[in-house]
Design a binder for this molecule. Structure first.
Ligand code: AMP
Ligand code: MG
Length: 344
């Protein structure tokens, strides 16, 4: 039976930002700061807590995390692990161990839909990189045996990570921005920052509330028109909103849209009628890994799976403009554009 479509939607004026900013902040506070880090636009707004020193601390931390975790920086800890694949375990920082342990946890939890050993596919396709490439089936078949998180050996006691097969490569692009957002929140809480908005390339954290008792309004991009107004508004307090979407990094070839989220089983960008998957929860590390994984799973498997996870809410947007959402987020969700319909 075809699912029934709800006809409840509210039309809103077009919003040009994804975040609905509060009307005023203290005069002396610095405005938001934006820098390119993790290959994307990172913006932090500390509102009344915005000082040169705190912005400096936060952005220095983001750059340090990129230097440690980026697979595109030859000297990063991730690159050092990759360079030693099939040879020897590599000693890394407690931080890298933590991120990889989390990545492994979400790989297990999602049956490998999220897989941090996706690196050889990311490099082969180079979607969003300098040399995007449409690989042959033979090229894909050659790297598929290298994609398996079970061949990543984390020895917490020794502080080492080992990739069992030569040619294996870690890529934590699907979880690193989430971890970085959680780090921003940790530092802000230490500094008693009451409220802030963190946007690491669409990986959003809304710290505290917008004003006493008033939630933040966070948009989910319209995946068909990511530069125009959002498709959905979410009212959230002290939560992260992380979206994985087909519009983030891609190339078009022969009328086909090749995007950056891979099915570790097939080696191709996932095609399952989804345009985006969004996760809402207090941990941005969890939300980042799970938004990627839920995108790979698709909404039919993803909604019941998300419902089994405590405190995880999810919103999916499909090619048919249908919106699927877990029950817990529905009361805090407003559909902003007429062409989208919530499926009951
Ligand atoms: P996100 O935007 O968080 O969904 O992450 C996408 C990024 O994660 C890609 O650019 C790749 O670096 C990496 N990635 C792609 N497919 C997967 C996958 N199935 N599991 C884990 N990471 C992935
Ligand atoms: Mg992710």
């Amino acid at each position: 039976m075809k699912p029934r479509k709800s006809h409840i939607f509210i039309t809103f004026p077009i919003f040009f930002t994804l975040v609905f900013l509060p009307a005023c902040t203290k005069k002396e506070a610095l405005p938001s700061r934006t820098e390119m880090i993790f290959g994307t636009v990172c913006t932090i707004n500390l509102f009344e807590s915005g000082t040169e020193q705190l912005y400096g601390t936060l952005f220095a931390r983001l750059r340090a995390l990129e230097d440690t975790l980026s697979a595109n920086i030859g000297t990063s800890e991730i690159s050092r692990i990759n360079d030693a694949a099939g040879q020897n375990p590599v000693q890394v920082s407690a931080e890298t161990l933590f991120v990889l342990t989390e990545a492994e946890k979400y790989a297990r939890l999602t049956g490998g839909a999220f897989d941090p050993t996706i690196g050889p596919l990311v490099k082969l396709w180079d979607i969003g990189g300098d040399h995007p490439h449409l690989p042959t089936q033979a090229e894909i078949d050659a790297v598929l045996p290298l994609i398996n998180y079970e061949d990543m050996v984390i020895d917490s006691a020794a502080g080492t990570v080992f990739l069992k097969k030569a040619g294996m490569k870690l890529d934590v692009g699907g979880i690193a921005k989430g971890y970085a957002a959680d780090e921003m929140v940790r530092i802000m809480r230490e500094q008693n920052v009451p409220r802030a908005l963190i946007d690491l390339g669409g990986n959003i954290y809304a710290l505290g509330d917008k004003a006493k008792g008033t939630p933040w309004r966070i948009g989910i991009k319209d995946p068909f028109n990511p530069l125009s107004g959002p498709a959905v508004r979410l009212d959230v307090t002290d939560k992260t909103v992380v979206t994985s979407g087909v519009y983030e990094r891609f190339f078009d070839r022969g009328g086909v849209h090749y995007h950056h989220i891979f099915d570790p089983q097939t080696g191709y960008p996932v095609w399952n009628q989804l345009m985006s998957a969004t996760v809402i929860t207090p941990s941005s590390t969890a939300a980042d890994a799970l938004s990627t994984a839920l995108f790979v799973m698709g909404h039919e498997k993803g909604i019941p799976f998300a419902e089994t996870l405590p405190d995880i809410e999810a919103v999916f947007i499909t090619e048919a403009h249908d919106i699927y959402a877990t029950p817990g987020i529905r009361p805090d969700m407003t559909i902003l554009a007429e062409e989208f319909e919530l499926i009951d």
